[in-house]
Design a protein around this ligand. Structure first.
Ligand code: TRH
Length: 346
């Protein structure tokens, strides 16, 4: 089938990150995809090699091409009326494209309730058409999570030492952590704790806001003690996955990276995307509930995101919850499988 995925980059890298993964995963399964994006700049490092079957199109002017068989409106970005008019005329000809509204990820109970609901279009060029809401999620009654078919096999073949050495990162058996975050209140305490810990730590810091936040701490002259810091360049998504697989614990953020951290099967700490109305707090609690997170991991999340006394890292203690979460998810169909089935079922 021919898919049109529309993506508006609000900020950071999550919108395009999720849309690219979906586009590439669909194409990997033999689908043909046009990815319309208003700000494609990040794709230069996120997916420098592109993907066979995915055509990236600038969405800086109204899309006037004839719609494909499936139209995905990612994260409530609004389609151009001229494009919707094209969908309506295909519908009149008996070839109505499936119109999917792909939503943000949440473990809150409403994701199950709202997943799959139809939304009849009552006005405008699309009057009479029906969009359907597709909610990603962590349970069998949601649309699931993006997971390429070969991911578990690639993960189990992954050689951590070889990857670290190929990246030019020295490794002598110390614990390895990755850092991808905004400016979480708990960061400075974490850095000080790691520096003072008798066990050596290597912290792999991603480019951008995480690197700037760590640099600000270093600039204040804090001693680094047993903490070694390596700064990474922006790497393609595939390498980003490898980074998460190479670590004993991952600090992640946003939407896509927390999902990828789950696939790594090791503990993760989520710097949730802050929303002005504070809605992110309920979202974080729902995720920790679903994770069956032990009290120490919950307390760490609380302080990491909102401030207060930061508990010590307990990687070993948090590992069983991460393994169990991975096993639960592997029993469920991935998002692309479910989306294709949802579209086929009409
Ligand atoms: O960048 P994020 O914080 O993104 C988002 C956006 O802010 C979005 O508007 C918001 O709604 C959402 O969060 C909740 O975090 P996320 O979602 O993890 O996306 C980051 C992407 O960047 C992910 O696909 C991984 C990728 N990435 C790389 O591929 N290589 C890198 O070197 C880095 C640092 C990231």
């Amino acid at each position: 089938m021919r898919w049109d995925i529309f993506c508006k980059v609000i900020d950071n890298h999550g919108d395009i990150g999720v849309c690219w993964r979906l586009a590439a995963d669909l194409a990997g399964r033999g689908e043909t995809v046009r990815l319309w994006v208003d700000a494609p700049g990040a794709l230069a490092w996120l997916a420098p090699a592109g993907a066979p079957g995915v055509q990236v199109l600038p969405w800086t002017a109204p899309a006037t091409e004839a719609p494909g068989d499936v139209v995905v409106e990612a994260f409530g970005c609004e389609l151009d009326q001229v494009f919707v008019a094209g969908m309506a005329s295909q519908a009149k000809a008996g070839r109505a494209p499936a119109w999917i509204n792909l939503e943000y990820l949440s473990a809150e109970p409403w994701a199950e309730r709202c997943h799959g609901l139809p939304s009849p279009v009552l006005s405008g060029a699309g009057q009479g058409l029906v969009k359907r809401f597709f909610y990603p999620g962590f349970t069998a009654r949601t649309g699931g999570l993006l997971r390429e078919p070969d991911l578990p096999a690639r993960r189990s073949r992954f050689d951590r030492s070889a990857w670290l050495s190929a990246m030019g990162i020295p490794f002598a058996g110390e614990r390895v952590l990755s850092l991808f975050c905004y400016e979480p209140p708990g960061l400075t305490t974490l850095l000080a704790d790691l520096a003072a810990d008798p066990r050596p730590t290597r912290l792999l810091v991603t480019a951008g806001r995480a690197a700037a936040a760590v640099q600000a701490w270093l600039d204040r002259g804090h001693p680094t003690g047993t903490l070694s810091i390596d700064r990474l360049p922006l790497v393609p998504q595939r390498e980003f996955d490898h980074l998460l697989w190479a670590c004993d614990l991952n600090f992640v953020r946003g939407e896509d990276s927390i999902v990828r951290a789950l696939w790594a099967g090791v503990p993760a700490v989520w710097n949730i995307y802050p929303q002005e109305d504070g809605a992110h707090r309920a979202k974080l609690q729902a995720f920790l509930d679903w994770m069956d997170a032990p009290p120490g991991l919950r307390a760490f999340h609380q302080a990491w995101n909102d401030g207060g006394a930061l508990p010590h890292l307990d990687i070993e203690g948090w590992r069983p919850a991460a393994s169990a979460a991975l096993q639960r998810l592997l029993q469920q169909d991935d998002l692309t499988t479910q989306l294709m089935r949802f579209v086929a079922a009409g």
